[in-house]
Design a protein around this ligand. Structure first.
Ligand SMILES: Cc1ncc(COP(=O)(O)O)c(C=O)c1O
Length: 379
């Protein structure tokens, strides 16, 4: 028997397809796959570079041009100065980096501190390494941030790695420096490596950009940040991401990865460079679009009696539905009754019971129509 559970997305897709086959409209708010097109310049670069005959060899790793573009982007967006040679590594999407990271740092039986609810790839990586997850609950009373004081001492001393994700998926937690300072203190006290997943760092609805973990004093000594071009730059299908941070940890990842793959197609690396160099313009549009979608969906759901966790960022709405029904049953029933496709909260952990995750990946008009559909639910 496999240690991995089959992902639910296939079942959701099949239920949605069955509804569509009956002639119904679908409102697919399940996957966090960006619907905005990638930047035009990035697409042009990819197209032109792919035509060249000499771009098809193994790249082996990230190119220095890519690493420099990442370091430059980090400096502009966060103020963090990175050495492109030693403090950046490229990954085939962040999923690949996340799944392989525990293999690089954990021995069998080591504890990894992770969250409930949390993004599903963390668990996959922990299992692959034979490590043991310890789940830190994310609940609204604590602004969906882990309560580090609730981790038992014996667990903390056995932990090798802590994985955090702010702005969060599925919960709408936002990072702040006070919390990150406590994380650095925890890492130092218990000798734990921190990995902060910043996949949604460009998704904020107002005010300043969410803090990078690496801006926290001492963070470069204890950890790394993983970020992706999938979400912020709509390059999800191109599979390109990176990890930045502590040089020794990055070199361990480089060693592992040199055994795993032969690098990303050169033209994709060039398209990513073009995107990073134009980040301010690209992400400004993204933010306006997602802030408006979030406002419309939050107001619509609240008006029909759903409870939506307040949020200032991320790509999702985390909502409690007003029916006494198991979340998995509920989601399939919603598809059958309305054509609206959402993800059950418990896919991300037991704390997701009673919640659904709704991805803001459709235009506001479709979101309004989806709410109208949900209004008709009958239980
Ligand atoms: C929190 C988080 N991290 C990482 C990923 C993986 O993204 P990618 O592998 O496309 O970089 C996702 C995708 O949904 C995510 O939500």
């Amino acid at each position: 028997m496999s240690i991995f559970e089959p992902a639910i997305f296939g079942d959701l897709k099949a239920a949605a397809a069955a509804k569509k086959a009956e002639g119904y409209e679908l409102y697919d708010l399940s996957l966090g796959s960006p619907d905005l097109p990638p930047d035009e310049k990035a697409r042009r670069v990819l197209s032109e570079q792919s035509f060249l005959a000499n771009t098809y060899g193994y790249t082996l790793t990230g190119t220095m041009r890519f690493y420099e573009a990442v370091a430059d982007y980090y400096k502009r967006r966060t103020g963090v100065i990175l050495n492109p040679e030693t403090e950046v590594i490229q990954t085939l999407g962040s999923q690949e980096g996340l799944v392989h990271l525990p293999l690089a740092f954990c021995n069998e039986g080591d504890i990894v501190l992770t969250t409930n609810p949390g993004y599903v790839a963390y668990d996959a990586g922990i299992k692959l390494a034979g490590a043991v997850p310890y789940y830190m609950s994310l609940v609204e009373e604590n602004n969906f941030l882990p309560n580090l004081d609730a981790i038992p001492e014996e667990v903390a001393y056995k932990a090798k790695l802590m994985i955090l994700n702010l702005p969060g998926n599925p919960v709408p937690a936002m990072p702040n420096i006070t919390f990150f300072e406590r994380v650095v203190a925890f890492a130092n006290k218990y000798n734990v490596i921190i990995l902060h997943d910043a996949a949604y760092s460009e998704f904020y609805f107002s005010g300043d950009s969410p803090s990078s973990f690496l801006t926290t004093p001492g963070a470069m000594e204890v950890g790394m940040e993983i970020n992706s071009l999938s979400k912020s730059f709509s390059l999800a299908g191109a599979r390109i991401a990176y990890i930045v941070g502590n040089a020794e940890m990055i070199s361990i990842m480089k060693q592992l990865k040199s055994n795993l793959d032969y690098g990303i197609f050169g033209p994709i690396q060039e398209a990513a460079i073009a995107s990073l160099n134009n980040a301010e313009k690209i992400t400004d549009r993204l933010r306006k679009t997602f802030a408006e979608r979030h406002r419309v969906l939050m107001q619509g759901l609240t008006a029909i009696g759903w409870t939506v966790a307040p949020s200032n960022g991320g790509m999702f709405v985390w909502a409690k539905y007003p029916y006494d029904l198991n979340d998995k049953k509920f989601v399939f029933e919603v598809i059958a009754q309305t054509g609206v496709v959402m993800v059950p909260g418990t896919v991300f952990g037991s704390e997701g019971a009673g919640f659904v995750r709704i991805a803001l990946v459709q235009d506001v008009e479709i979101l309004r129509q989806a709410v109208e559909q949900l209004k008709k639910l009958n239980f």
